[in-house]
Design a protein around this ligand. Structure first.
Ligand SMILES: [Zn+2]
Ligand SMILES: [Zn+2]
Length: 527
């Protein structure tokens, strides 16, 4: 039955030329901005290039491209990943797709890290590419067709051929001082400032940023009307972390909390390296899609110190570097990864109480304790110090709530909301919205939060005010408002940032903080 779809999209073998590229694990390539018609650079010291043999004077430059041939992109559909230990299963799975006529391929992603101890942390995964299509539209069509048959797949761009063209560096008066071929690498003794850098992948935010690493301008794919320029930074892992940390945790927080965050961030980077952007020729983008990266300009002494004090340290469990995720405030109990995302359970990302278990009345969990008491009372927790995030209330008029829900689900006017099963932290796994036109079940953390106007978290209860009997839906005077009472901010998986701060304030060390949130993991050092 999958075969029927195959004919409609016409697969070709032009993806067979993909080969693994050797990578230097100490150096990362970060995409700072893409799809630009021009780039604006400001250098306080000479711009040096051609292996230090040539240079441009300091100043403001506008870079444009002429005679460009865009990069050639294709789009792969992946349908599953396997750890290296399940190579045999991966082969069988790929063979099933091949049997249906698909050009299934097994591509290795991720890195195997040699640790200081001599052991290896193997974060490689085998991704099963089931199709490789010349346009995004075709990839989306196949993805949709597969989904109808309950086969889940995700699309990853794959750069088959780099673009090229002539780059023109013009000074502030428009005079051309340099004409070179792209891709073009350059650096400077002082950070180079770049205006209009993409910082919010999801929100299309742009901002001026400064970078100290080696910069590279490439000609990218023609995705946005001849806006082809892309800017990259080549930077070592520790410097990259120093540019990431200030965007993740307030730099004025206690040093032990910053150190815990540094180790978590380094683990997350090491676990993700060689992942989703690899086929496009870089490691991470600089925005929220991967993780916010502020470059050199955003660095602070406190976060630099936290990175230096934990140099190379990562969390390891079950022979792998832990993808040590974090959220702002867990609400008193952290959550299992599989409650929040559609990923298989990770033995290291299990929900834990965010308090010292002894003597705490809620020690059997929020549901056993009673959700109303948990959310409306003042339970003790390491993250209770940030009261605005630890417990919150959000009120909607019936119209406001219906408007919000109907942006995503056409249910009509919301009559009532039924709360489903909860995860260990009390976060809802699903809710049922009963509307005048439709009843809609909404699953998973982010979708639940977005349906109700972007709630702080999915740990909440709802009370309707006014006449709330759904059976009398046709009568006037249905609920006129809804009150959400909740706890926490963010998905709640992994490290709780407010909790880390609370523990640091209580005199605990970063090792204790990490042990608390990632109980089965141990600290190890990358060489
Ligand atoms: Zn990204
Ligand atoms: Zn917490």
């Amino acid at each position: 039955m999958i075969r029927a779809i195959l004919i409609a999209v016409t697969l070709s073998t032009f993806c067979a030329d993909r080969k693994a590229e050797p990578a230097n694990p100490a150096m990362l390539t970060i995409q700072l901005t893409a799809a630009r018609k021009e780039l604006h650079l400001q250098a306080d010291r000479p711009i040096v290039f051609d292996h230090g043999r040539k240079q441009l004077p300091p100043g403001a430059y506008t870079v444009e491209v002429s005679g460009a041939r865009p990069a050639r992109q294709r789009f792969r559909l992946f349908s599953k990943t396997f750890p290296p230990s399940e190579t045999q299963n991966a082969k069988q799975y790929a063979a099933q797709w091949k049997g249906q006529g698909y050009e299934a391929e097994i591509l290795p992603f991720g890195r195997a890290w040699k640790l200081d101890s001599g052991a290896t942390a193997d974060n490689r995964n085998l991704w099963i590419s089931v199709a490789c299509l010349p346009t995004l539209e075709k990839a989306k069509a196949l993805k949709a067709a597969l989904e109808k048959q309950k086969t889940w797949a995700w699309i990853v761009p794959d750069t088959a051929e780099q673009g090229n063209g002539k780059l023109h560096f013009k000074d502030a008066r428009g005079k051309e001082l340099l004409k070179v071929e792209a891709p073009f690498l350059f650096q400077s003794d002082a950070p180079i400032r770049v205006s209009d850098v993409d910082i919010g992948f999801w929100k299309d935010q742009k901002k001026a940023r400064a970078y100290r690493g080696t910069l590279e301008i490439r000609v990218g794919p023609d995705a946005a009307k001849q806006a082809l320029l892309e800017l990259y930074e080549h930077i070592d892992l520790e410097s990259y972390l120093a540019g990431v940390l200030p965007a993740e945790m307030p730099t004025g927080w206690p040093p032990e909390a910053l150190k815990a965050q540094a180790v978590a961030a380094r683990s997350d980077v090491a676990a993700a390296l060689g992942g989703k952007h690899t086929l496009e020729g870089f490691d991470f983008c600089g925005g929220e899609h991967c993780r916010a990266y502020g470059g050199d300009g955003g660095r602070q002494k406190s976060t630099d110190d936290a990175v230096a004090a934990t140099r190379g340290l990562v969390l390891v469990a079950e022979g792998r570097v832990v993808p040590a995720v974090f959220s702002a405030n867990c609400g008193g109990w952290t959550e299992n990864n599989d409650t929040v995302w559609s990923s298989p359970p990770n033995g290291t990302l299990r929900g834990v109480p965010d308090f010292a278990a002894k003597k705490n009345p809620a020690t059997k969990g929020p549901e056993a304790y009673g959700m109303a008491k948990w959310l409306k009372g003042a339970p003790q927790a390491f993250c209770a110090g940030d009261q605005a995030h630890f417990r919150w209330v959000k009120r909607f008029t019936a119209k406001e709530l219906s408007d919000s829900v109907n942006k995503r689900y056409p249910v009509g006017q919301v009559r009532s909301i039924e709360l489903g099963e909860r995860g260990v932290s009390g976060r809802l796994k699903w809710v049922k919205v009963i509307g005048t036109q439709k009843t809609q079940v909404i699953r998973k953390d982010l979708d639940i939060r977005l349906a109700f106007g972007g709630l702080n978290s999915a740990m909440f209860m709802v009370e309707a005010q006014g006449r709330t009997d759904a059976r009398k839906a046709s009568a006037p005077g249905n609920p006129d408002s809804f009150t959400f009472t909740g706890g926490g901010r963010g998905h709640g998986v992994g490290l709780c940032q407010d909790g880390a701060r609370g523990m640091a304030d209580a005199g605990m060390r970063y090792q204790d903080i990490l042990k608390h949130y990632f109980a089965v993991a141990t600290l190890a050092r990358l060489p």
